[in-house]
Write a protein that binds this ligand. Structure first.
Ligand code: GLC
Length: 659
């Protein structure tokens, strides 16, 4: 096996390795080393044709990562990543530029659809599993965007000013957790963090990522995120993407003037060679077992598990409806992703939602697309009035949720809100299906709907999955991994996007449900919420001590309905009396369990040191204070019927400044 070796390279060739060859390849050092191909994106291969980079290859459009996260299913997450890896193998890509694990601090962020959660533990465990799945197939990953890239507004210039505690407990936590999976690369973000660009932020890249988190892979820039090659090398950024001529101009001069040493160049170039060697050594893992059809079925399966039933008065499933009216262009042309580098080009041809509902229920189907022409409405009202159930498809797509800009509102368009209200006023029963990539403020119209389904940006299998769920061919189990607020004004930052200089993270650690809990605010739908056609009851929580910080939380879940279903139960922990401010509760474990009708399942969730610790800035590390902790278990962050408590009594030597 030819090892790409530093010894064979001149200084000029080593320097050439520190930036790309064009937009998508690492450099070849005059043919002396292999070149790796880097390709987007987190929810499917978005690869530019090596022979014609203006063309994007077709691939399977899996549900975007927010829908994947709503499955709370680590096995599905692993399979999801392997599915993408197979198409990377088939097309010759070596590193997949994902997962995106930025925290959903604002529901406005244009790329929320690409990310997992507002909760760092959930984002971390999903991201770790994604990396394990992808790399199990010999395809590298690039965990992004490191860090504090939590909105798109002015992402290349506005500094994320984040305090140390919030940085570690919220924004860095997913990256730290993912290190366990040994990601081949990490991608730094565009923005400055506390005033220093991420691409040249030595504290974040070297001291934290490499030093504290033990990352030993390659750090690449986001595309065009390097502002100063010399400072980037000093900060231990290894690879500037895409190709930048400034490296050949400025780095040799810096070495000649002693501002950079050859040792620094060697260290960075070695990381590139290590990546190339990983690509070659991984060859035996690159096995494709699936087909285009099986990968499509995986997309459908994950969409089914990730859609969320938000409201249902019993109108769903559509098993008894004889006449169903479906309204909206989205039924025919569903939004399957947001816009930007995460958008996959699929050649899958959609079957309209209403066609699939007709096939799966045998009901008589009427359909109308959207149309602003006023006389058109009488026809709509009549169809709604004559139907047993009306299904209204709404949402927005890449023109609203996209890389490069944030939403300006979290509501549907006025036309769509009006359509829901107008049609529901004439319908016998109204079901609203929302195709969107992040939280939607439904408060103006939700009372008019008898059922609401959040389909999300669910990939090419969206209509097959949604029709299965609406018609009862499958049961909902998805649960939200981000809070749906009552309004944008109810969130910490509201519509504020920063002043173009700094976005001050003065919400600190109180992000997502942590914020709404602290402020004791009502929300439209809480973190961890989702309904099922089944009904689950919780009982009998007990806690078993297994070690100084190791506890098992055990509880029973009974399916008290006649419908089989999967329940995603969650375990939250509260530090009853800390010497620092801490959230009301924090997610520290979950379980997803299939439970047959009238069956009781005993669930066991493990807690460890990380379940109790907070990041202590004075100590510069994670630290758990002795004392009482409360443990809650239930079906969402706002439905926690079970409560227990435990007393941490770690060895006194581990405690500091005890009152
Ligand atoms: C983009 C994105 C990043 C993507 C890269 C390559 O600007 O921020 O997520 O992987 O550039 O397209």
């Amino acid at each position: 096996m030819k090892k790409n070796d530093l010894k064979n390279l001149t200084l000029e060739e080593k320097i050439s390795l520190l930036t790309g060859d064009g937009n998508w390849k690492t450099a070849g050092a005059n043919g002396k080393v292999k070149q790796a191909w880097l390709s987007d994106g987190p929810s499917g291969l978005r690869m530019h044709n090596p022979n014609n980079v203006s063309e994007t290859l077709r691939a399977t459009a899996l549900p975007t990562c927010h829908v994947l996260s709503y499955t709370w299913d680590l096995a599905l997450c692993y399979e999801y990543a392997q599915t993408i890896a197979e198409e990377a193998i088939l097309n010759g890509a070596d590193v997949l530029l994902g997962p995106g694990v930025n925290i959903k601090r604002s529901p406005l962020c244009g790329r929320n659809f690409e990310y997992f959660s507002e909760d760092p533990y959930l984002a971390g465990i999903m991201g770790k599993t994604y990396v394990e799945g992808m790399q199990s197939k010999g395809i590298g990953t690039s965990v992004k965007h490191y860090c504090a890239n939590n909105r798109e507004f002015d992402r290349c210039h506005q500094s994320g000013d984040v305090d140390e505690r919030a940085l570690h407990e919220i924004y860095l936590k997913p990256f730290e957790m993912i290190m366990e999976a040994k990601p081949w690369t990490v991608m730094c973000s565009y923005n400055p963090v506390n005033g220093i660009y991420a691409s040249e932020n030595k504290k974040l890249l070297n001291d934290v990522l490499r030093g504290q988190f033990g990352f030993d892979g390659l750090i690449m820039s986001d595309w065009g995120a390097v502002h100063n090659p010399v400072r980037a090398v000093e900060a231990t950024l290894d690879l500037c993407m895409p190709y930048s001529p400034r490296y050949a101009e400025e780095i040799p001069a810096a070495v000649a003037e002693g501002r950079l040493s050859e040792k620094q160049i060697d260290e960075r170039a070695q990381k590139v060679l290590d990546l190339l060697n990983k690509c070659e050594e991984a060859a035996p893992l690159k096995k494709v077992t699936g087909t285009k059809e099986s990968r499509h079925e995986t997309a459908v399966k994950i969409a089914r598990e990730g859609m969320v039933l938000l409201k249902n008065d019993g109108v769903l499933p559509l098993t008894s409806a004889k006449k169903v009216f479906v309204y909206g262009n989205i039924a025919k042309n569903p939004f399957i992703s947001g816009g930007g580098s995460g958008k996959v080009k699929t050649d899958f041809v959609q079957t309209p939602l209403h066609t699939l509902i007709g096939e799966k229920t045998g009901a008589q189907i009427e359909y109308e697309g959207a149309n602003a022409w006023e006389p058109f409405w009488r026809n709509i009202y009549q169809k709604a009035y004559e139907a047993d159930v009306t299904v209204i498809t709404v949402g927005h797509g890449p023109e609203t949720e996209c890389e490069g800009f944030d939403r300006s509102s979290i509501r549907l368009s006025a036309e769509q809100e009006d359509a829901i209200l107008r049609i529901a006023a004439h319908a016998n029963k109204t079901v609203v299906a929302v195709y969107a990539g992040s939280a939607v403020d439904m408060s103006r119209w939700i009372d008019a709907a008898d059922a609401v389904v959040f389909a999300g940006f669910a990939g090419e299998g969206v209509n097959e999955a949604l029709s299965d769920l609406l018609c009862g061919k499958a049961n909902f189990c998805g649960k939200l991994t981000e809070t749906f607020p009552l309004s944008l004004a109810d969130t910490f930052k509201g519509g504020a996007t920063g002043d173009g200089e700094a976005d001050v993270y003065d919400d600190g650690i109180f992000v997502g449900y942590r914020y709404f809990d602290k402020m004791k605010k009502e929300v439209l739908f809480p973190f961890g919420y989702g309904l099922s056609y089944a009904k689950f009851e919780y009982s009998n929580l007990r806690i078993e001590k297994k070690g100084e910080y190791d506890y098992d939380v055990i509880y029973d879940i009974t399916n008290v309905s006649s419908v089989a279903g999967k329940e995603i139960s969650q375990v939250y922990v509260k530090d009853v009396s800390a010497m620092v401010h801490r959230p009301e509760k924090e997610l520290k474990g979950f379980s997803k369990d299939f439970i047959a009708p009238h069956e009781t399942r005993t669930v066991r969730v493990k807690l460890d040191f990380s379940s109790f610790a907070y990041y202590n800035v004075s100590l510069g590390r994670w630290y758990a204070e002795n004392g009482w902790f409360e443990v809650y278990a239930g079906g969402s962050s706002r439905f926690l019927p079970l409560k227990g408590r435990l007393l941490l009594e770690a060895d006194e030597k581990t405690q500091y400044s005890v009152r």
